[in-house]
Each structure stands twice: as C-alpha cells, then as structure tokens.
Design a protein around this ligand. Structure first.
Ligand SMILES: Nc1ncnc2c1ncn2[C@@H]1O[C@H](COP(=O)(O)OP(=O)(O)O)[C@@H](O)[C@H]1O
Ligand SMILES: O=C(O)C1=C[C@@H](OP(=O)(O)O)[C@@H](O)[C@H](O)C1
Ligand SMILES: [Mg+2]
Length: 167
C-alpha cells in the first residue's frame, strides 16, 4: 500500500492532520521530526543548536530515506523536507498531500510552540513569508493533492483527503 505523505509549511497541520488521517485509514502514523528526536534523544531545537540547520537536514534526509522504505504509513514531514531534491525524489514514491494555509494561520498556530528553531529570535511573519517564497512552488509541484487547511477543523481536512483518495 502506498504511503500518504503530508507536506506544507510550519503550522499547516501536517502532524495534527496526519495523526487523525492515520486513525481514520487504520494506517500507522509516523512524524519524521518526532522520529529524529527519538533517535537523537534531544529536541529539534537542540539539534539546530549543536549541529546547525545543515546537521538537521542530513538527519532528516537519512530518516526520510528509511521511512520511505516502509509501506502503508501516513508520514508527516517537516516544513523544509521539500527543499532537497534527494528528499523530493524519496517522497514521490508516496501519494503526496500539500496542506495549504495562509501566513496568518501559520503565525497563529506556531506562536505557542517553542520547538521551531527557524522562528526563534526573528520576526516570525517575515521568516514565514521568506520560506514560502522559497518553498511554495516546490509544495505545489510535488503535490498529488492540495487541500486547504486554514480555518477548518482537523476532521474536515481529513474528510477531504479521504474523499479524494476514494475517487
Ligand atoms: N485544521 C486545523 N484547525 C485548527 N488548528 C489546527 C489545525 N491543524 C493544526 N492545528 C493546530 O496548529 C498547531 C500546529 O499544527 P501542527 O500539526 O504541529 O503543524 P505542522 O506539523 O504542519 O507544523 C497545533 O497546535 C494544532 O493543534
Ligand atoms: O520548515 C522547516 O524548515 C522546519 C519545520 C519543522 O517541522 P513542522 O513543519 O512540522 O513544524 C521542523 O522540521 C524544523 O523545525 C524545520
Ligand atoms: Mg509537524
């Protein structure tokens, strides 16, 4: 069975939607960031502190290559997973769903969470805009399905993905 892979920016809901989608489809849920944290025994922020973004990206590619070997999982990626071509090729083995949102929604949803190092000590709105400038086209290009995930309850987003899969 093909993997269902969620892509999109920070705060688009990949982790949250992925968990519910997995329950509803009776597939296993895997979040690549959580798997990296489990393997390293420290948070994503600590990995960025010690090894920089480059170190994190190497770990992310290694993790994605392992996870994409599995079958029948719902995989929530991190927002930067699409930047590397190597990652994009790996993700294409699955059915890729892009959770699309506005910057305002991303801002509201990421405000409370402390574990997003790219948004620490910077103007978060400017940073999210810059990242979308760089990554927006890649999300669109890699998507087999695009679902709007702003201003909607999680179960509605999941409904829409399941309906599209059944077609
Ligand atoms: N569709 C949604 N409606 C309302 N809140 C949401 C929705 N999707 C996610 N959230 C909330 O937004 C925050 C960030 O979601 P998360 O799943 O961690 O995003 P991502 O993994 O894409 O960065 C969480 O607190 C989550 O509960
Ligand atoms: O956009 C990014 O580059 C990142 C997004 C994060 O995941 P979420 O999109 O799940 O927040 C996490 O992988 C890391 O902080 C880097
Ligand atoms: Mg996440």
């Amino acid at each position: 069975m093909q993997n269902l892979i969620l892509i999109g920016p920070m705060g688009s809901g990949k982790t949250t939607v992925g968990k519910q989608l997995a329950k509803r489809t009776r597939m296993d849920f895997v979040d690549s960031d959580h798997m990296i944290e489990e393997r390293c025994g420290v948070s994503i922020s600590t990995i960025f502190d010690i090894e920089g973004e480059d170190g994190f990206r190497k770990r992310e590619t290694k993790m994605l290559s392992e996870l994409c070997e599995r079958n029948g999982i719902v995989l929530a990626t991190g927002g930067g997973a699409v930047v590397s071509e190597e990652n994009r090729i790996l993700l294409r083995k699955g059915f890729v769903v892009y959770l699309k949102t506005s910057i305002e929604t991303q801002l509201a949803r990421t405000q409370k969470n402390q574990n997003r190092p790219l948004l620490e000590n910077v103007d978060a709105e400017t940073k999210l805009e810059e990242l979308m400038e760089e990554r927006g086209k890649l999300y669109e290009q890699e998507a087999d399905l695009i679902v709007m995930s702003g201003e909607r309850i999680v179960s509605k987003v999941v409904d829409e993905i399941i309906e599209a899969l059944e077609k």
